[in-house]
Design a binder for this molecule. Structure first.
Ligand code: PNW
Length: 458
């Protein structure tokens, strides 16, 4: 038995657009995803989040499932256009009421709410009228929205996450255009990333200055894969390090060191915006914890000026990093083609520990997507998802033994959900579920996971 620290937190995570449905109900305004899904060929099979798993109406049932599974915490996101239909101005009280009910129901079940303020569903009005994340004024709209959330929910919510995955917002939204708003550019991602960081810092400042009496914590969640040098050659080791800096340090260096990594400045020149000294000050130390979403690992090698235009796997715009990525054929893969490499998880959190002086880390997402096969009402995922969770959770345990200050782990995801450009997969079944499927069928991995939580050990 590998025992976890006593105060270790086990939770699961979701996001609003991926599960809520009720996309145009009770006064909710449209988001950039409501719009993006209507463009032909952007989402597989024309799927949308219009209905998703109808969590908006079924949240009580869903919370009962969480309770049964033993989760101590639940990470969800607030849909900005549900509480502010136009992104600013008039508040939609019915939307506020939904989140009040959700929070109250969680607390009544002893489940601690962890709230993400932005999980990609920007109010469409802010995109159309204000150019979204491309313009600096977005930081005022975001911090006003954040203030509203602290005011209305902060008496009960003690854990806030400003942004989910700035890298995805920047690169998939503005680099390769896979995600809303679907733009393709090699300059805009850096501008967008810049405005996200400033929006984060401003929202944290509001929280610390105006809501100190709420005694909560606030931070940001970034995503990163591990990059393992393909060979022992110094140039490949350097390439792997460079890839990690373009992927993760892009967003975490400004918060833990006050500025972008030097390697990004050197390679991007004028395409990387600069922070003023006041902004650096505001960013430095603006996260109470290190939120990390981690799924997979790739080999990295120096591309010698020949990096392919493969933004998808490259954690930054490929030519800018000049890193060639590859997979090991022996690594098992998820339905999304993400390799299963538990030791990559350990190495990544050790890298964070070393670079940022052992901050408290929460893994805010980790999980395994597969198109499960259902036989006689049972899904046996013991060879797939269960093996993944076991490997990664054991790797987390090992990292803690090695001095990593890992404080909690959130599985992605509790429910089958709308997987963005991939829609729902083939059978509403491309999922990360560790508990129940969309149709609410128990899984082997879920039974196993419930025991892990109960014993606080793997
Ligand atoms: C994350 N990548 O997305 C999101 O936070 C979730 O909403 C999503 O369902 C989950 O992970 C699985 O995709 C990512 O290209 C999307 O590296 C793309 C990447 C990483 C994370």
């Amino acid at each position: 038995m590998k025992q976890f620290p006593e105060d270790f937190i086990w939770g699961s995570a979701t996001s609003a657009y991926q599960i809520e449905g009720a996309h145009a109900k009770d006064g909710k305004g449209p988001s950039i995803w409501d719009s993006f899904v209507t463009i032909p060929n952007r989402v597989q099979d024309g799927h949308t989040g219009d209905m998703a798993i109808d969590h908006y109406h079924l949240y009580k049932e869903d919370i009962a499932l969480m309770k049964k599974q033993g989760y101590q915490a639940y990470r969800f996101s607030i849909a900005w256009p549900r509480v502010l239909p136009e992104g600013k101005g008039k508040v939609n009280e019915v939307g506020i009421e939904f989140y009040n009910n959700l929070i109250d129901e969680l607390l009544a079940n002893d489940i601690e709410p962890w709230v993400t303020l932005y999980h990609w569903d920007l109010p469409l009005a802010l995109q159309k009228e204000e150019d979204g994340w491309l313009k600096p004024q977005i930081s005022d709209y975001f911090s006003d929205y954040a203030r509203l959330c602290y005011e209305r929910f902060g008496d009960r919510v003690k854990h806030w996450i400003t942004f989910n995955e700035p890298w995805v917002i920047s690169i998939l939204g503005y680099g390769n255009g896979y995600y809303a708003p679907g733009r393709k550019s090699n300059t805009e991602p850096y501008l967008v990333g810049h405005h996200i960081l400033l929006s984060h810092a401003k929202a944290v400042k509001v929280y610390k200055e105006e809501f100190a009496d709420q005694n909560g914590t606030i931070g940001i969640t970034n995503n990163c894969d591990w990059r393992e040098p393909l060979t022992d050659k110094p140039e490949d080791k350097e390439a792997a390090e460079r890839a990690l800096q373009f992927f993760l340090a892009w967003f975490s260096d400004p918060i833990y060191k006050g500025d972008y990594p030097q390697v990004m400045k050197d390679r991007l020149g004028e395409r990387l915006p600069e922070f003023t000294s006041k902004e650096k000050e505001m960013l430095l130390g603006s996260s109470d914890f290190f939120g990390l979403n981690h799924y997979t690992t790739m080999y990295a090698a120096d591309a010698h000026g020949d990096a392919k235009d493969d933004i998808k796997g490259n954690g930054g715009i490929s030519e800018d990093q000049d890193v060639a990525l590859s997979n090991d054929p022996s690594w098992p893969k998820t339905s999304m083609d993400w390799a299963v490499v538990p030791w990559g998880c350990r190495k990544l959190i050790e890298w964070i520990t070393e670079r940022y002086d052992a901050p408290p880390i929460y893994i805010t997402e980790n999980g395994f997507a597969i198109n499960d096969k259902e036989e006689n009402g049972i899904v046996d995922d013991s060879e797939t998802r269960l093996t993944y969770y076991k490997g990664y959770i054991e790797a987390c345990h090992e990292a803690i033994q090695n001095g990593v200050n890992l404080k909690g782990y959130f599985a992605w995801s509790l429910f089958d959900n709308f997987e963005w450009a991939l829609g729902y997969g083939k059978r509403f079944g491309l999922n990360y579920v560790n508990y129940e499927t969309f149709e609410r069928i128990p899984k082997e991995s879920a039974k196993w996971f419930a025991k892990v939580i109960e014993k606080n050990a793997v």
